[in-house]
Write a protein that binds this ligand. Structure first.
Ligand code: BV8
Length: 233
């Protein structure tokens, strides 16, 4: 397939694409934060048990967004989006680096750090500031915690149903339903390519796995793709 024949690219990204921007991944430091299992600070149970700890976890990560910047991998995806009829970017990441790199069609299936949700009314509002103690019982991070329904399930299903090329970038493919998207893309005959620092449990399902740091392998790949020097199926 030639690049010019591609109508719709679907991309799934994970923490690995933001690692070189200085945002810690989840499982490279065995998913601990302040010696708490990630599921302890990213679950409704954890929030009920210790709301202050969970608010502190997300306040710190929201604050960190102010010091980090998109890297070459984020920028390569934003540039690629301009060269194809459609690119749907699904991210498990809750940072805003894809948008800041210029990507337009972005869906955060696990929520966004810069959004908070009113626990009683469900109202969602944009903020880059910390949730302060007096608001702990009213506002929570608008983040999808373990055991909670992901966001944008319909758009994800629709994109997987009609993409020609599926790129999975910087994820350990441990978390579901994100990791299962490749099966939907394979079902419709899409070419599936994984770009990650290392093998993942799902690498064998991909037509090709490219290993390396996202900041170098992603721009290299998108250039080869756009100049037809990457052999698609
Ligand atoms: C749901 C919150 C049901 C936001 C997150 C048993 C088996 C299978 C599944 C389950 C199970 N038990 C429970 C489940 C379901 C569960 C799940 O999948 N658990 C896993 C852990 C087993 N899933 C859920 O609970 C989901 N909800 O199922 O709901 C339901 C249905 C109907 C109605 C109601 C409920 C919700 C999942 C979302 C959880 N929230 N985060 C936040 O705090 O950020 S998940 C969390 O993990 C982040 O969102 C993160 O994005 C995501 C995935 O992690 P990765 O992005 O892959 O990051 P990781 O560190 O793991 O890997 C980084 C990779 O990058 C590595 O491979 C590394 O090699 C690579 N890398 C590192 N540096 C670089 C690099 N690559 C390139 N360059 C580099 N420089």
């Amino acid at each position: 397939m030639k690049f010019q024949e591609i109508k719709h690219i679907m991309v799934l990204t994970g923490a690995g694409i933001s690692a070189e921007s200085g945002i810690k991944t989840f499982r490279d430091e065995n998913g601990l934060w302040e010696n708490h299992e990630i599921t302890e600070v990213a679950s409704p149970e954890g929030f009920l048990k210790n709301p202050a700890l969970v608010q502190r976890f997300y306040n710190a990560r929201r604050e960190q967004l102010k010091e980090v910047h998109p890297n070459a991998a984020h920028k390569a995806l934003a540039a690629l989006e301009k060269e194809v009829p459609k690119l749907t970017l699904i991210t498990q990441n809750v940072d805003d680096l894809h948008e800041r790199a210029g990507s337009k069609n972005v869906f955060h299936m696990h929520g966004e750090l810069n959004k908070i949700r009113n626990i009683k009314t469900g109202e969602v509002k944009y903020t880059t500031e910390a949730i302060i103690e007096k608001d702990f019982s009213h506002w929570r991070p608008d983040i999808v915690w373990f055991g909670e329904m992901i966001k944008h399930a319909e758009q994800i299903e629709k994109a997987a149903q009609n993409c020609d090329l599926f790129l999975c970038i910087g994820t350990s493919n441990n978390v579901y339903p994100a990791a299962a998207i490749v099966h939907r893309a394979l079902d419709v005959g899409a070419i599936c390519i994984e770009l990650n620092l290392e093998e993942t449990p799902l690498s064998s399902f991909y037509h090709k796995s490219i290993h390396g740091r996202a900041g170098s392998i992603v721009p290299k790949f998108t250039n080869e793709l756009m100049t037809n020097s990457f052999q698609l199926k």
